[in-house]
Design a protein around this ligand. Structure first.
Ligand SMILES: [Fe+2]
Length: 132
């Protein structure tokens, strides 16, 4: 499932990063479905991991700049997801590069992104709107 306009929260920098985030997740799972070599998939997984961390840190910086009251809750959700991705990478490495590990995580990752954006990040947009 790709990013769709109903996931827009109305803060351009965050929306742009969310789109890119879906693209990176999608590229990883496509590589898995197409049975690309394990080094390539490992590289994509690393990419997604790094992009996720960068996105979370930018989003947290934005929340802190606007004095967003839900920052602590967001930080916790972000840390939980980073831990899940770390676990996924560790499992992938332990399995010797098993594609099924990656494909099995597809739904988990996409569901998490969609839910998190629709429920928690949406409120950042609403708060931003209330400041104007
Ligand atoms: Fe978030």
């Amino acid at each position: 499932m790709p990013w769709s306009p109903n996931l827009a929260i109305g803060v351009k920098q965050i929306d742009d990063q969310h789109k890119m985030w879906f693209e990176k997740a999608d590229a990883l799972f496509e590589a898995g479905k197409n049975r690309r070599e394990k080094e390539y998939i490992g590289e994509m997984l690393k990419f997604l991991d790094e992009y996720t961390k960068k996105h979370f840190s930018d989003e947290e910086k934005y929340m802190s700049e606007i004095g967003y009251p839900g920052l602590a809750e967001q930080k916790k959700a972000h840390a939980d997801f980073v831990a899940r991705l770390d676990k996924l990478r560790a499992e992938y490495e332990k399995s010797g590069g098993s594609i099924s590990v990656i494909l099995g995580a597809n739904t988990m990752v996409i569901d998490w992104l969609t839910n998190h954006i629709a429920k928690m990040d949406r409120k950042i947009g609403e708060f931003t709107g209330s400041l104007k």
